[in-house]
Design a protein around this ligand. Structure first.
Ligand SMILES: Nc1ncnc2c1ncn2[C@@H]1O[C@H](COP(=O)(O)OP(=O)(O)OP(=O)(O)O)[C@@H](O)[C@H]1O
Ligand SMILES: [Mg+2]
Length: 342
């Protein structure tokens, strides 16, 4: 209603403004007593995803990732805020949206348990009325890139987890969706299957320009696939930006590793750095990730017999763990309990 058509081409494919989802749950609070409690699963998040981007969506268990994805597919109706995917309000026009999106929930299959993979795909084709040529092309491509040929005749329930996941990803793509939501697509997969799935997604994004929103607990997925990452915690978006910025946002520290001529007491008196480990002639000095290593190197070299050195980037796992911990302490405005610090 009233939206100018001229700007349609530039409009971000995914638009989320102040989205909220509140679940009302009944909790047992005594022997016979039950009380209603509100769970603010998603508590006012805003982001945009332009067409063609591949964005990582991470956060600890219960942060609100799956709830966000369910709102973006129309499975869940938001309690507040505004969501648009390809200009469509997901909750109001779920069926129309379904033709434009693909979804993979790693935790459960969308395939028919008793049917061979091929028959499941046939049902998907009919459900979405996929034109024959499109269906053929997409199926052939998925079969080739995801190694599905030997699995097509196998009933889904007989597939291993990794085989099933590849089968599910193909099913989500047969109707040529513009957006693919992946909720933990590599969960439980071995390293080879993970690599296969990642390679496939990279190619899908690069060659077809499919927009991908990817939820995962495996940070290697993010490092290998996404330039942009969003971090959600307790329903709040606590970070949205590049992986490099994430290292800084998590108060990441870099480490200067120095090899001295001989074993010496821990290095002292280097401004902005502290010695965190000593092993023979080798010592490790931690310093803020955002600072330059050059003055430290100079200071160490002036006072100590330096033989060799290297700088280590903060470990992304560590950075994220720190960010999650900080997010958990964050006050939550608008909540009764949020008024009191603690
Ligand atoms: N249908 C529901 N009814 C009540 N509470 C729910 C429902 N679905 C989710 N929640 C709650 O909402 C919060 C967010 O859940 P969500 O599944 O979105 O987390 P998540 O980030 O996907 O976590 P995980 O990494 O464990 O998959 C949790 O506290 C969860 O218990
Ligand atoms: Mg989840």
């Amino acid at each position: 209603m009233g939206s100018g058509s001229g700007a349609a081409a530039e409009r971000p494919l995914i638009e989320v403004d102040g989205a909220e989802k509140v679940f009302s749950v009944r909790r047992r609070t005594g022997r016979l007593r039950r009380t209603r409690q509100e769970v603010r699963a998603v508590d006012g998040i805003t982001f945009r995803v332009p067409r063609g981007e591949m964005v990582g969506y991470i956060g600890p268990n219960g942060a609100g990732k799956s709830t966000t994805i369910k709102m973006l597919t129309g499975i869940l109706t938001p309690s507040g805020g505004r969501l648009r995917v390809a200009g469509i309000d997901p909750a109001r026009e779920r069926t129309r949206l379904a033709r434009r999106i693909g979804v993979v929930f790693g935790q459960r299959t969308t395939l028919w348990w008793d049917l061979p993979l091929r028959d499941s795909y046939e049902l998907v084709r009919r459900m979405y009325r996929v034109p024959d040529a499109v269906y053929r092309a997409n199926l052939d491509r998925c079969v080739e890139l995801l190694d599905l040929a030997p699995l097509l005749a196998v009933p889904v329930r007989q597939l291993s987890l990794g085989q099933r996941m590849r089968g599910d990803i193909a099913a989500a793509l047969l109707h040529d969706p513009e957006v693919l939501y992946l909720d933990e697509p590599t969960i439980g997969l071995d390293v080879i299957s993970k690599a296969k799935v990642r390679g496939f997604l990279r190619e899908l994004n690069a060659e077809r320009g499919t927009t991908v929103l990817l939820t995962t607990h495996d940070l290697t997925d993010i490092e290998q696939l996404c330039r942009r990452v969003m971090v959600i915690d307790h329903g709040h978006l606590i970070y949205d930006g590049g992986l490099e910025g994430l290292r800084a946002a998590g108060d990441g520290e870099r480490t200067l590793v120095v090899d001295l001529e001989r074993e010496l007491p821990p290095i002292e008196g280097i401004p902005g750095a502290r010695t965190v480990k000593v092993d023979g002639p080798r010592q490790w000095l931690a310093f803020p990730a955002a600072r330059s290593a050059a003055p430290l190197v100079t200071a160490v070299a002036e006072r100590y017999p330096l033989v060799d050195l290297s700088v280590r980037e903060p470990d992304i796992e560590e950075v994220i763990a720190r960010l999650y911990a900080a997010g958990g302490r964050r006050p939550e405005p608008g909540r009764e309990s949020g008024r009191q610090p603690g």
